[in-house]
Design a protein around this ligand. Structure first.
Ligand code: CAA
Length: 257
């Protein structure tokens, strides 16, 4: 049997996916994308899923981009199919109805940065390096970078990064809002574990609605987005979570979602 390119560990609905191609710095090839999409398709069906953490094997790299060796000989049609596969897979990660955390060690370049951009959270070690170096290879980002990066860091900084291809360190990534937290590599694992536990303990419907409101709202005009928020806010009062959350506050105890 062929070796798995993505390892999955499931701890009571808190799932960790590790892209496991350390010899190629976890670069995304078609086989990795196919495996990732299949796993996400299964995870989408799970009602007990509470949080997802995605990372790359080893301490040198999260994901160093799309696989250049595989892309090198592609025709335009093949390149389109490859990008479409990646976009579809990354979209599934983005729309998973639970918080998704990218744990970033080392290189987070090109398609790796685009993968992290689709996550709700990005926590990075202080050795992390980010960038969209595609122009240095004679192409542009093809896994969503020209669209998600400006939405995350603003158009000026996105244009800076995608037109120069320059790499930035973790502190700069934090300053421009590309990542949420940076910490020493030795502390990153424990922090990410605590974070996913905390996210998993919040009301699943509320977390799902919050995520939907932010993501879907970003693509709408303000009035439509506010109407979406009102609908999701009101929907929250139809279920048991709101009752438990507010009762727990009044009764001065921790909620049990
Ligand atoms: N694709 C395929 N293989 C890759 C890779 C990638 N994106 N990145 C690294 N590797 C491979 C290297 O070829 C090398 O393999 P061999 O040992 O077989 O030669 C191995 O990983 C280790 O890499 P290096 O020896 O280069 O390690 P380094 O520490 O000297 O450099 C690095 C690290 C700066 C990340 C360098 O590997 C690098 O520049 N990688 C490419 C980064 C890049 O350009 N990413 C964007 C890809 S294009 C993209 O992602 C398009 C898109 O939007 C869809």
């Amino acid at each position: 049997m062929s070796e798995k390119l993505i390892e999955m560990v499931d701890n009571a609905g808190v799932v960790r996916l590790t892209i496991n191609r350390p010899k190629a710095l976890n670069a995304l090839n078609s086989a990795v994308l196919t495996e990732l999409e299949a796993l996400l398709t299964e995870l989408e069906k799970r009602s007990d899923l509470r949080a997802l953490l995605i990372t790359g094997a080893g301490e040198k790299s999260f994901v160093a981009g799309a696989d250049i060796t595989e892309m090198r000989t592609k025709t335009p049609e093949e390149a389109r199919a490859f990008a479409s596969q990646a976009l579809r897979t990354i979209k599934r990660l983005e729309t998973l109805p639970v918080p998704v955390v990218a744990l970033v060690n080392g290189f987070c370049l090109g398609g790796g940065c685009e993968l992290a951009l689709a996550c709700d959270w990005a926590v990075a070690s202080d050795n992390a390096i980010f960038g969209q170096p595609e122009v240095l290879l004679g192409v542009i980002p093809g896994f969503g970078g020209t669209q998600r990066l400006p939405r995350r860091v603003g158009p000026a900084m996105a244009l800076d990064l995608v037109t120069t291809g320059r790499k930035i360190d973790a502190q700069e990534a934090l300053r421009i809002g590309l990542v949420n937290r940076v910490m020493p590599q030795a502390e990153l694992e424990a922090y990410a574990e605590e974070l996913t536990k905390q996210l998993a303990g919040n009301g699943p419907l509320a977390v799902r609605s919050a995520k939907q409101a932010v993501h879907d709202g970003m693509d709408q005009d303000l009035d439509s987005a506010l109407a979406l928020e009102t609908s999701l806010f009101a929907l929250g009062f139809a279920g048991s979570e709101q009752k438990e959350g507010m009762s727990a506050f009044v009764e001065k105890r921790k909620p049990n979602f």
